[in-house]
Design a protein around this ligand. Structure first.
Ligand code: 5GP
Length: 298
């Protein structure tokens, strides 16, 4: 006779599959935090919102060691200081524990605080393959009041790209001339390959006319703009998850294996720079992200 306390084989198989899937999802979430794709505070909020989902089932010990620069020793000291038992799961934390953990995270990983007195010059940057170009194109199409800056570049036009509309395509000597004349607000060599720069004059004119200007440039360029125009608004676009960023890079299929590995390494370094920005916007949906950025101009 079958033991009534033992679940049937099919149930056990399904349960173990669910457990494997949940473990995998927890691992992905920890990786996202470690790579700074999502903030520790965002992960915590997910756990509080849905205690039965993988984020909620994560142990506090796992959560803390997933944070950048927190090892086991530090973890145990923090748990003692916050008076949280190591066996606790995030979804099972009490109100006092949630509050002290949030407070500790905000000191250790300060949320972005937009500076006051920012201008209508918006810089959109973010890791490679996050979809900056798509979001910028969406803003150009749906928010015609915003001027999307057209950069100069030494790379060759891709099929369908129009000179003066997507880029100003110039040769090396032409680019040197723009730099020598001081015609560029910023310029950089991107992906160790071609040079890109932002023409200064159209931006100054549009800003003087009271328009909002959007620059879609790389991280080096964003830092130069911050130095040249400290009142610019810096927006960092993040992928919804690290896996999503990898998928986008692979899916694009425009780079070989070696180049792809190099770009992912660059993306990791770029993600670590988001603390320099005023806002972070998640590119989970192009139209939503574009609307969020366009609203920053108002
Ligand atoms: P793509 O060649 O794919 O159009 O662009 C490659 C990279 O160059 C993108 O990351 C884009 O943000 C960056 N980029 C485009 N224009 C500029 C620019 O004017 N200045 C800088 N610094 N980067 C740019």
């Amino acid at each position: 006779m079958a033991d009534s306390r033992t679940p049937p084989e099919v149930d056990r198989v399904a349960a173990s599959r669910r457990a494997v899937a949940a473990r995998r999802e927890r691992a992905a979430l920890k990786h996202d935090v470690a790579m700074r794709v999502i903030t520790p505070q965002q992960l915590l909020q997910r756990a509080f919102d849905a205690p039965d989902e993988p984020a909620g089932a994560m142990r506090i010990t796992e959560f803390l060691t997933a944070l950048p620069a927190i090892g086991e020793g530090k973890r145990d000291r923090v748990l003692a200081e916050l008076e949280i038992a190591p066996v606790k799961r995030l979804g099972g934390l009490g109100a006092r524990q949630r509050a002290v953990l949030r407070e500790w995270l905000d000191t250790r990983f300060p949320p972005l605080t937009p500076r006051s007195g920012r201008s209508r010059l918006i810089v959109l940057a973010g890791p490679t393959a996050v979809g900056k170009g798509t979001v910028a194109a969406h803003i150009k199409e749906h928010h015609p009041e915003i001027l999307l800056s057209v950069s100069a570049t030494t790379r060759a036009p891709r099929p369908g790209e129009v000179d003066g509309e997507h880029y100003f395509f110039v040769d090396d000597a032409g680019f040197d001339r723009l730099v020598a004349e001081g015609a560029l607000l910023e310029h950089a060599t991107v992906h160790n390959a071609f040079r890109y720069g932002t023409p200064r004059a159209p931006i100054e004119k549009a800003l003087a006319d009271g328009r909002t200007v959007l620059l879609e440039i790389d991280l080096q360029g964003a830092r130069q703009v911050r130095a040249a125009a400290p009142d610019a608004t810096l927006v960092f676009l993040t992928p919804p998850s690290w896996d999503e960023l990898v998928n986008r890079l692979v899916g694009r299929g425009t780079e070989g294996d070696e180049e792809r590995a190099r770009r992912l390494k660059t993306a990791k370094v770029e993600l670590a720079a988001q603390g320099e920005f005023d806002y972070r916007v998640v590119n989970d949906d192009v139209a939503r992200a574009a609307a969020e950025i366009a609203a920053l101009a108002r």
